[in-house]
Structures are given as C-alpha cells and as structure tokens.
Design a protein around this ligand. Sequence first.
Ligand SMILES: [Zn+2]
Length: 257
Amino acid sequence: MAVEIPALHIDDQERADQWAGWSYYRRYYVHDSVEEYAACDLLLAGLAEPDREGELRAEVDRGNLCAFVRLIGILVDDHRLDDLRELARDGDGRAFVTLMQLLVRREAEAQLRQESVEFPWATSWLAALLVRQGRVDAALEVLDSLRQHPDYEHGAHSRILSVLREADRVDELRRLADSGDRGAGKQLNWWLFDHHDVNGLRRRAADGDDLALRCLARLLGEPGDSVAAASALQELADCGHPRARKLLERFRSDAPG
Ligand SMILES: [Zn+2]
C-alpha cells in the first residue's frame, strides 16, 4: 500500500481545526483565461452525468486536474467513501486527503480509527478531530502511538509539537526545547511570537536562537514599536550576536525617515 503522504504545512501556522477545509477543490492556474475555464466547465458538466463517469475517469487518468476536481466532487456529494478509499489505495494522495477531510467534517471518530488500520497516517487526522473537540490529551495519545511506527515517526512528532503549541502547552514545549528538540524550539518561538511575548523571545534570542531573534525583530518591527525594536536589537548586537547586528542594519535602512 503506497499512499502519498500529504504535506502538513506545519510551518505556515495552519491550525488543526482548519484542516477540514476541502483541499481538493483547487483549480488555480490550470487555464489561462476565464473563457478557457468556462469551456472546460461545459465539457465537464457533460461528463458529470452518471452514465459518463467512465469518460470522466479517463480524463482524470490523462492528468486533467479539472476532471479530477469534478470526480472528487461527485464522490464527496454522493458520500462514496469506498470509491475515495479505492483511489487512495491506488496511491492518490488527494483522494486520501479528501476522504480524511470528509471523515473529520462528519466527526466520524470510529471510522477514522478504522481507516488508520490500513492507512496509518489517518491517525494524524483523527488527532486533528480530537483537537477540534478539545480532547488534546487523547490527540497526543494517538499521535504518540503513530510515532512508534517507523515510517511516521518524524511526521507524528511534528504533529505532537503543533498540537502542544495550538493547545498552549508551553511548559511541555519548553521542556522538549531545552532537551535539544529543535522542532519544539521552533514551535515555542512561534507561540511566543503569536502571544507577543517580547521578553520570552529576547531570552531565547540571547541564548543564541536565530529564529527567536527573527521573530523578535518581526514582532517589534510592527508599527508603533520601532524604537523598542531597535533598542532590543541593539542590546543583542552589543552582546555580540552577529545576526542581531545584521537585522539592526536592515531594520534601520527599512525604517521610515
Ligand atoms: Zn479545465
């Protein structure tokens, strides 16, 4: 069973409760003009008739992205979970993600647990559902079991860190970061950034964490805080922090006036 693992967008601060937005419905940059999209819609509207699904699937097999979107739309609207699973089994990661999103939307916890027997990564979607329901400990527990699986160790660990951040479990992140977990340090920095914790970021930056420094500069660089930003960077630069000096130079050249 070779199912493509979907990208998790861990770094773009996407929250687990937003995972359930449909991701299959993407037709950006397929065609060059509105007219071409309209012509394509017309063609696909014909192929969407139930007796022409074979032709629609043939279009999908030829790599027609719009036909894929239409087919998945039909499968979703008609709740054809078996057909989505069949596509996922054949290695279509988009169908797998759609199946997962559908189950998360329906809060189909038992079904997600069932899917995870065949598709271990379904566990991460189960965790997303549990987080949405406020059951953070349960989410961490299933992710921890996924982490025991050699193929998903890294992905599961990353999800655990994201969940800790989303759930404001900062002490745990800090403990992991202090023990040398770089991913935990990263999530901690973003948490501090999200919560405008200038002092927390400054302490980590002073300890030599470059991402903390960049977060700090960005935070302080927000309108109204330019004096504080410059002085915080200056302080770090004076302590011999090489990146602080560079950021300070850039900050000054960007500053108005
Ligand atoms: Zn098209």
